[in-house]
Design a binder for this molecule. Structure first.
Ligand code: ATP
Length: 347
């Protein structure tokens, strides 16, 4: 019997709605399985928590959550709740840093031809994974403060050999399990920090003669994602480039409502939809839960329950094969709970 403790951090905006949906699907997986028991523990983290307690990430909440077997997170941050320097509360980024979740993994898969805005793509013709370095890069100075009367503000891109090596190695390992191709995305022609990232990549590439490698500048990568997305298998890049390209990648397979993600380190892992708290649609019951449900599937993979993860992905694929099974972001009229029911029915 596998008894798994899952920490839930529902967060802000649509976070609680989509987390609830994923829990419903996990409970259905539990019913179909002979030897799986989930125990859910919910902790309050996010902009809402800041308004209550003055701290968006209470240390006891993270300490307790990190003692669970895995963490499932909804979404965090609200536009009207900001730090004095103007930035939004982003405890999900603090969690990545504090738990050293250096691998930001964003699978991008086209489930149905009708979901892409691109012409001529068939289902599964777009199927790649983006590896985003999660702990340094252009996000490294996100907490820097500036004086009110500052004349300029500078944020450096920090690339360490240690940080670059470990994300590149993780991406090579993933490529060897997939189609065997790895694309480095950088801006090595302009930024010295990116030239350094490429140097580290090149060194590790020599250890992997069986992997086909290509090196693409980030601007060209944006173009290829739209014109030839089928060329990609695994991509690896720094933090900010990964942040931007993963939204673009989500856009070519149906949007943020279909984009799962995992943040993984050596010891801990957090699974969450790639989208934010979507305050414009929060509380209306119309959020698309599939990104969170697919993130829960990634969580099961990480917990060595790959068959159950596959079962969820298959159920999502079957649900989406019905053209009427669409939430509003996908051009349909289904609510969050109706979509969740469809997935459960297809499990
Ligand atoms: P962040 O910076 O935290 O990623 P954001 O403000 O850039 O957040 P999102 O909160 O992801 O962006 O929202 C971007 C747009 O996508 C909004 O219009 C939102 O309503 C829509 N959106 C995001 N997630 C979903 C979802 N699960 N279902 C439907 N629409 C969504």
């Amino acid at each position: 019997m596998s008894h798994l403790r899952i920490a839930l951090l529902p967060g802000d905006g649509i976070g609680p709605e989509v987390t609830h949906a994923a829990v419903k699907v996990l409970e259905a997986v539990e019913v179909y399985s002979d030897d799986l028991v989930f125990e859910f523990e919910t902790y309050s983290v996010g902009a809402g928590e800041f308004l209550q307690s003055g701290n968006p990430l209470p240390p006891e909440a993270l300490a307790k959550a990190s003692r669970c077997d895995a963490i499932l997170l909804g979404a965090m941050g609200l536009p009207q709740v900001r730090w004095p320097n103007g930035t939004e509360m982003a405890p999900q980024i603090d969690i990545r840093e504090q738990l050293d979740l250096y691998q930001g993994i964003r699978p991008v898969r086209l489930y149905q031809e009708s979901l892409t805005p691109l012409k001529g793509q068939s289902a599964d013709s777009i199927d790649f994974v983006l590896y985003r370095e999660n702990t340094e890069g252009l996000f490294a100075e996100r907490k820097a403060r500036h004086a009110l009367d500052a004349e300029f503000v500078e944020n450096a891109m920090r690339i360490t050999r240690f940080g670059a090596e470990r994300i590149v190695r993780a991406a090579f390992a993933e490529a060897s399990l997939r189609k065997g191709k790895l694309t480095l995305v950088d801006k090595a022609n302009v930024l010295p920090a990116m030239a350094f990232f490429r140097e580290v990549f090149d060194g590790i590439a020599e250890e992997h003669p069986n992997i086909e490698v290509e090196r693409v500048y980030v601007d060209a990568a944006a173009l290829y994602l739209v014109q030839q997305p089928e060329r990609f298998d695994v991509m690896v890049t720094e933090n900010m480039f990964g942040d931007i390209l993963s939204d673009l990648a989500a856009g070519i397979v149906g949007g943020m409502g279909l984009a799962p993600s995992a943040d993984i380190g050596e010891e801990y892992a957090v699974f969450q939809p790639a989208h934010g708290s979507a305050p414009d649609i929060a509380g209306q019951g119309i959020a698309n839960p599939l990104a969170t449900i697919l993130s829960a599937a990634m969580m099961l993979d990480w917990l060595d329950l790959r068959a159950s993860g596959d079962a969820i992905r298959d159920a999502v694929e079957r649900a989406l094969s019905d053209p009427d099974c669409r939430t509003r972001d996908l051009g349909g009229a289904m609510t969050c709970s109706e979509m969740t029911e469809q997935v459960i029915r297809n499990l």
